[in-house]
Design a binder for this molecule. Sequence first.
Ligand code: NAD
Length: 312
Amino acid sequence: MKCFVTGGAGFIGSHLVDKLIEKNYDVTVFDNLSSGKKEFIEHHMKNDKFRFVNADLLDKNVLSDEIKDNDVVFHIAANPDVRLGAKKPDIAIKDIIATYNLLDSMRENDVKKIVFSSSSTIYGETPAFPLKEDYGPLLPISVYGAAKLASEGLISSFCHSFDMQGWIYRFANVVGVRGTHGVLVDFINKLRKNPKELEILGDGRQRKPYLYVTECVDGIIFGFKKSNDEINFFNLGCNSTTDVTRIGELVTDEMKLENVNFSYTGGKRGWKGDVPHFQFDISKIEKLGWTPNLESDEVVRKAIKDLLKSGF
Ligand code: NAD
């Protein structure tokens, strides 16, 4: 199988690439290195089955040329910072154009399968606990979430209009080694600067499910192999959640710090667009036979340990 991975030099994308290469597939990574790092894929550079294209999805001519002869596209590229949307909304909107360019290049070159990294943010702030995939209406509260929902819509419409097939995964918070952003990385960085004080955004009670990155990649590949509808869509996470204050405690514990003062910026959200509490129902993918091995708190502790060990 020939795989085209957008965002393959990023955190989740590079773990996906490791897994695809391990399975002996041919892999082309298409990444503009805006938030990805060449060092995350450096170990594959001499492999004949691996190819790296340093380019932007907004450059449709290059994209359309490079995507030829692939069997499946894993669309992992996006600006991952949910917070940015409230300051620079155009960044997430560019990701919608990127998804359109990708789908249209697939259409032009008869590439029929797309796997997409969507997000829990498409659901917005809902009264539903836990959240099932068929929840509606879908009213995201961040521009990032809106861009993911728009991309889901484009994928669905292209699949129907041009006989393609799509796999959409709405990720929980994904963490682990090579992580470059998010609450764990923020807390470690803050405590390295000042080991006595940890500023926590919001009231610390924001509570979400966490998924270890290698489990996320296993789930993506599992669902891709086991479902075969025109559009296949799944929540990918775990059944439990971890709150932000607990993450602070786990980080200070793993960094062996004592008497750290936690200060809170206040309010129920970390930032404008932050959904303070959600929980996934993952029974749809569980019924196919996939379930994560780690609970949310275990995921967070393992990710902190691995990040610290990697010395990022
Ligand atoms: P990341 O920033 O590490 O990876 C994104 C990659 O896409 C980077 O390598 C970046 O250089 C590349 N990229 C961005 N825009 C591009 C463009 N226009 N052209 C080519 N390459 C481009 O982020 P991540 O955490 O690995 O996230 C991967 C995907 O999963 C993203 O789509 C993100 O929105 C989604 N997601 C992540 C999480 C999470 O918790 N990390 C949760 C939900 C969804």
